[in-house]
Design a protein around this ligand. Structure first.
Ligand code: ZN
Length: 148
């Protein structure tokens, strides 16, 4: 299967059946993401390890296009069990890939590398990166992350 076909399949699959849907209550970290350009909105909640260095659970809910929902779904799968430092490194790698600054870092990104296909659609880059900006906002203490 080529990367474009994999990209399509993952978007459809994760949009129809988002993983880790919902809200952790009480959450250790929470942030809202908003992409006014497309109308995507999501709430991300995190549970951290006792020492606060590792993400033990991540859930999201909201309303968004297929790409924003699929990207958030894949992100929650990818960051669960990761340290905060690892999650930040994944953000850097994902952001660089989505904006076309760097080729996909498959070692760091795993399955997320398939989302490199978004580079062909500049208007959708913000949809793909919204969940990741929301994650950074949550780790920085919460609040609202906006792509504008
Ligand atoms: Zn969108």
């Amino acid at each position: 299967m080529d990367l474009d076909a994999l990209y399509q399949q993952l978007i459809i699959d994760h949009h129809k059946n988002p993983r880790n849907w919902g809200k952790i209550q009480p959450a250790d970290r929470e942030a809202v993401g908003h992409n006014p350009l497309c109308g995507d909105k999501l709430v991300l909640t995190l549970k951290l390890s006792e020492d606060g260095t590792r993400i033990t659970d991540a859930r999201f809910e909201g309303e968004g296009c297929a790409i924003s929902t699929a990207s958030a779904s894949m992100m929650t799968e990818a960051i669960r069990g990761k340290t905060i430092e690892e999650a930040k490194a994944m953000f850097e790698a994902f952001h660089a890939m989505a904006t076309g600054e760097a080729p996909p870092d498959a070692e760091r990104l795993g399955k997320l590398a398939a989302l490199a296909g978004v580079r062909a659609f500049p208007a959708r880059v913000k949809c793909a990166t919204l969940a990741w900006h929301t994650l950074m906002q949550a780790l920085a203490g919460g609040g609202v992350a906006t792509t504008e």
